[in-house]
Design a protein. Structure first.
Length: 267
């Protein structure tokens, strides 16, 4: 299955974080036994995900699996938990019995909550017990439900956030992403910087410091993801200029750059 083009979420349960974590955590999710039984044979044995620059925890509740990060394949063993940045192509190879608890952060969110800069995580698969207490990981695995696992993780993250001083750089990056999104993705980097009363040089420094890429590159990824998702959801009413594209050709070129696939190959 291919992210955005197909519904890779249909075998998972999802929930949003509590209000205090909303600026930093995109969602919690867990693979569902019932949904796997119903939908797994529709292509979920291999799931391809595109770059998003979102640090993500994968906590393994059952057996091992394979994951491709960039050009390398990793064998994730039974009981092994990992953190990846998703700065490039990721492909996870699943089995129907796999159960994974996932925490997906927004860019810079992990730094705001745990004080961990995501730049050094690029192209790596990091053992999660280097980041989180082993007792917390054990408690999450022993929990009897998705709700209990979410509660345990939220309690830990909230407690950690209270001990972490808010970072000016991460806050500015979140504000910049908010300005870009609120404008309908019509602004360029200089215009976003102007709205935040900073220079283009400063906004570039902030994004490279917090996210790991220049704002122009990140905005390009964000726009492609958002516009492609909208097109797949409603092709008849999709208009690429709504998302800052000059014309359909500009959009198609961006989709190919982002996914490696031509629209004509998918539809």
């Amino acid at each position: 299955m291919i992210e955005i083009f197909q519904n890779i979420r249909e075998i998972y349960d999802f929930t949003a974080p509590c209000g205090e974590l909303l600026p930093y955590v995109e969602f919690f999710s867990e693979s569902s036994a019932d949904k796997c039984e119903q939908y797994f044979d529709q292509g979920h044995a291999s799931v391809t995900m595109f770059e998003s620059w979102t640090p993500t925890f994968y906590i393994n509740l059952t057996g091992g699996y394979l994951i491709d990060v960039g050009d390398h394949r990793y064998t994730i063993k039974n009981e092994q938990d990992i953190l990846i940045l998703r700065n490039g192509l990721v492909r996870r190879h699943n089995r129907p019995e796999d159960r994974i608890f996932t925490v997906k952060f927004y860019p810079g969110g992990l730094e705001a909550v745990l004080g961990l800069n995501q730049v050094w995580m690029a192209d790596r698969v990091i053992s999660l017990d280097r980041i989180l207490p082993r007792e917390l990981l054990s408690r999450i695995k022993r929990a009897s439900s998705f709700r209990e696992r979410v509660a345990a993780m939220e309690t830990f993250l909230l407690g950690s956030m209270q001990r972490t001083t808010a970072d000016h750089y991460a806050s500015m990056v979140r504000d910049a992403i908010g300005e870009y999104t609120a404008s309908g993705m019509q602004l360029n980097t200089s215009e976003v910087a102007e709205r935040l009363f900073i220079t283009s040089k400063s906004i570039n420094r902030y994004f490279n410091r917090v996210v790991g890429i220049a704002p122009k590159s990140y905005f390009s990824v964000l726009r492609a993801r958002t516009a492609l998702t909208a097109m797949v959801a409603d092709r008849n009413n999709f208009r690429p200029w709504t998302y800052g594209y000059y014309d359909p050709a500009h959009f198609y070129k961006d989709v190919f750059k982002f996914t490696g696939r031509k629209i004509s190959q998918v539809f």
